[in-house]
Design a protein around this ligand. Structure first.
Ligand SMILES: [Zn+2]
Length: 152
């Protein structure tokens, strides 16, 4: 099943952790599925059309999977509102900048990596249209993940 022209539901639910721990990750509600479709159109497909193929390193996480990967309890990944992306023919930074400058999003996070390139890009989108356009950078301090406004 396709969420948008170039994104399948399978790509968004695939998780090596879920496979390893035998956690089901494809049993979302209709509401979550509708969120995923809106996210796929507004963010993934818009970026894909301009930047070429994009890897999904994490998409939907069932509440059980989210717990297993140590995700935040309020993670938008569990609502079908967030994707972790990596550029294939462009750098993660180019992907980050494109989303920041051209798309409507709720939260955009430069995830770890270096000053010149994030390890991955977290982006969320709310189907309601109430998108905050919050741009953050993640930082590890004393082993804990924190967030600062971008640019730090
Ligand atoms: Zn994420």
């Amino acid at each position: 099943m396709n969420l948008s022209k170039n994104l399948t539901l399978e790509e968004v639910t695939k998780s090596s952790t879920a496979e390893k721990l035998k956690i089901r990750n494809d049993n979302m509600t209709e509401e979550v599925l509708a969120n995923l479709k809106a996210l796929a159109e507004a963010i993934f497909q818009a970026a894909r059309d301009k930047l070429g193929p994009i890897r999904i390193s994490s998409g939907y996480r069932s509440p059980e999977l989210n717990k297993a990967v140590g995700g935040s309890q309020t993670s938008q990944h569990s609502k079908g509102e967030a994707l972790d992306l990596q550029g294939i023919s462009v750098s993660n930074k180019e992907l980050f900048m494109f989303i920041k400058d051209h798309l409507d999003f709720d939260q955009l996070i430069w995830e770890f990596g270096t000053n010149t390139n994030p390890e991955w890009v977290h982006v969320s989108y709310r189907r309601s249209g109430k998108n905050r356009k919050q741009v953050l950078i993640s930082v590890k301090e004393n082993g804990k993940t924190g967030y600062k406004n971008w640019p730090a």
